[in-house]
Design a protein around this ligand. Structure first.
Ligand SMILES: Nc1nc2c(ncn2[C@@H]2O[C@H](COP(=O)(O)OP(=O)(O)OP(=O)(O)O)[C@@H](O)[C@H]2O)c(=O)[nH]1
Length: 418
């Protein structure tokens, strides 16, 4: 070997970032150690030379690894392992190392060379990652991680529990699998804008489970950036608030529903009417209103008692509900009076419906009460008319029907409710 090759090998040995140590053929006494090895162990070359590396072992050094090492040395075989070692100052570190036998030209074993690496920081960060992954998995709220392209790379157990998608199905898919179709484009534009600007996006999402059912989730989506500020991932943490929403809905229903008939009550009805009027104006659609009143209802109460009167109210409510389209709102306006809001319905069609309702109720025979009839007032929204004016005209038409002999319907005249 030329002098320059030898010099090169020596420089490589001395300058290597990896710790290198060369022992005798028994693998016991140190013959050479490079500066990286000295730095890692805290011993000087002089302190190491001629001594065995057993001094690096301590109470936490894995015995099984050391036993395997001895076996390899005895059999002059390659060894690789990881164990806790101790520096001169007593502090410990995790070392991953390998040992290779070195043979002379005649094939006889002359030395062992060992290349070592302090892997404490790596193992610690691995352990921390595992701990974090376990903590995320144990979290009671659903967590989802996606890559920068929006592909799901992790979901926790709570996510699977809430959505019905197992990790194996979710990973590789996109969060679009949860889309309910109930959010408009403006919602998603706000979401994408927020994330593109590096800001968190928080909102109540209506999501769809794997079985098709819907759930409400308070969701927070945050971009995660690398050291250069490039988005690498998105983290979504959510809270299933379906229970809260259904409780709120029940409270809202209690405030806007009539407990006897299950129809909208006057409060809910007024809101529906106001919205229907605004909608009709905006889209130039016709809006008709039917005010229905049970004839001589007082007599029902007086003759059969209040509970029978209640039951009759429920039955009439049911007949009205069945007579209209699902988009039409039936409201218990008060007492024995009902209002039907007929969206996109002309006066002519509303009149047909009024006659159909009248006929059905008239043909019905109540098991206890016998015959029942309804009187109705019909009004169709006029240009510039308020909800109050519309209801006023329908009421006036109802009054006409009552005066006209009951069991009939009347159409409101313009200006009749004033
Ligand atoms: N059972 C029961 N009766 C009610 C309820 N709300 C109002 N009523 C009764 O409905 C009756 C309405 O009587 P009136 O306003 O005189 O009207 P009517 O007897 O139907 O006569 P016309 O409307 O003129 O045909 C009253 O006896 C009220 O007590 C209710 O929730 N349950």
């Amino acid at each position: 070997m030329s002098t320059s090759t030898l010099q090169l090998l020596q420089a490589a040995f001395l300058q290597s970032w990896n710790a290198i140590v060369i022992t005798d053929a028994k693998g016991l006494q140190v013959e050479f150690a490079n500066p990286a090895f000295c730095a890692m162990t805290g011993y000087t070359m002089e302190e190491l030379q001629g001594r065995t590396l057993r001094m690096l072992q301590g109470p936490d050094t894995d015995r099984a690894v050391i036993e395997h090492l001895h076996q390899c040395l005895n059999e002059a075989r390659y060894f690789e392992g990881t164990a806790t070692n101790y520096r001169k100052d007593g502090s410990s570190y995790l070392v991953h190392w390998n040992i290779s036998p070195v043979r002379g030209d005649d094939g006889a074993l002359t030395h062992f060379i060992s290349v070592q690496q302090d892997v404490s920081a790596y193992i610690q960060s691995e352990r921390k990652n595992r701990l974090l992954a376990r903590a995320l998995d144990a979290a009671s709220d659903p967590v989802m991680l996606t890559d920068a392209a929006g592909r799901i790379i992790f979901v926790n157990t709570a996510f699977s529990h809430v959505t019905g998608y197992g990790a194996d199905e979710a990973v590789g898919a996109t969060p679009a699998v949860l889309r309910s179709g109930l959010h408009d484009e403006a919602f998603y534009s706000a979401l994408y804008r927020s994330l593109a600007e590096g800001r968190d996006f928080r909102a109540t999402f209506v999501n769809r489970r794997r079985d098709g059912s819907l759930f409400h989730a308070e969701q927070s989506i945050s971009p995660v950036c690398d050291e250069r500020g490039q988005v690498t991932h998105y983290v979504s943490v959510s809270k299933d608030i379906s229970e809260r929403v259904s409780k709120e809905q029940a409270l809202l229903d209690a405030a806007t529903r009539d407990p006897l008939t299950g129809l909208h009550n006057r409060r809910g009805g007024e809101k529906i009417l106001a919205e229907a009027q605004a909608d009709a104006r905006k889209h130039g659609r016709p809006l008709s209103l039917l005010v229905c009143d049970i004839d001589h209802f007082k007599r029902v109460n007086d003759r059969f008692g209040h509970p029978v009167g209640d039951r009759v109210l429920r039955d009439v409510a049911c007949m009205l509900r069945l007579a209209v389209r699902s988009r039409d709102a039936v409201i218990r306006w008060g007492g024995e009076e009902f209002v039907i809001v007929l969206d996109s319905c002309t006066e002519a069609r509303a009149a047909e419906l009024a006659e159909r309702i009248r006929g059905r109720v008239d043909a019905h025979r109540d098991a206890e009460v016998g015959a029942l009839t309804l009187s109705m007032g019909l009004a169709t929204l006029l240009g510039g008319e308020t909800v109050q004016q519309l209801v006023g005209r329908a009421d006036a038409a109802l009054y006409d029907a009552k005066r006209g002999g009951r069991n009939r319907w009347s159409v409101a005249r313009p200006g009749s409710g004033d």
